[in-house]
Ligand binder design. Structure first.
Ligand code: MN3
Length: 200
């Protein structure tokens, strides 16, 4: 049985960037719903019960057709949100350091140029989806709860949820203000660790 991982910080820890009301709803209700529906799908195929979420969504062709859509949507939702909670931190913000910063500057010219490009792509997602920083430092977007990892790509370093449920309570229709606030809470230490693990 899959479970929603603990946040690792208080609901109100991200301050005005993302309110406690959003964090509680997003973590306790939305993420829980993905987990519940993933569990319900897997319960119909006990042979999959021992698989990790990475094993499930990383090999969707192997999933029985009758639950493939559910595993893609709800397994993706579980994987993506589990990462998202770790990408943010009350001690986040600022700029990356070390090899990750060097690589970002080498590719984009500056940290700010990277932020601008990532933000523009996140704002351009039509409807619900995500923006991702991949280990090769490309910036890609997906619809719904898809993640490039589903298509044989490496796991992402960071991801930004641009579903309305991630920001509507605080920002209404102003996704751009939410994306700006996201940079204030990105945990670049976590991202640097993932980059060290996942690059190459
Ligand atoms: Mn979400």
């Amino acid at each position: 049985m899959f479970t929603v991982p603990a946040l690792g910080y208080a609901y109100d820890a991200l301050g005005e960037n993302i309110s406690a009301a959003i964090m509680q709803l997003h973590h306790d209700k939305h993420h829980q719903a993905y987990v519940d529906k993933l569990n319900a799908a897997i319960a119909t195929h006990p042979e999959l019960a021992d698989k990790t979420v990475e094993e499930l969504i990383g090999n969707l062709e192997a999933i029985p057709e009758d639950i493939r859509g559910a595993v893609r949507n709800h397994g993706g939702g579980h994987y993506n949100h589990s990462l998202f909670w770790k990408v943010m931190s009350p001690n986040g913000g600022g700029e990356p350091t070390g090899p990750l910063l060097d690589a970002i500057v080498a590719k984009y010219g500056s940290y700010q140029a990277f932020v601008d490009e990532f933000s523009a792509k996140a704002l351009a997602v039509f409807g619900s989806g995500w923006a991702w920083l991949q280990p090769d430092l490309s910036i890609v977007t997906t619809a719904n709860q898809d993640v490039p990892f589903m298509n044989g790509e490496p796991e992402p370093i960071i991801g930004l949820d641009v579903w309305e449920h991630a920001y509507y309570l605080d920002y209404k229709n102003k996704r751009d203000d939410y994306v700006k606030a996201f940079w204030n809470v990105v945990d670049w230490n976590f991202a640097a660790e993932r980059y060290a693990q996942l690059a190459q």
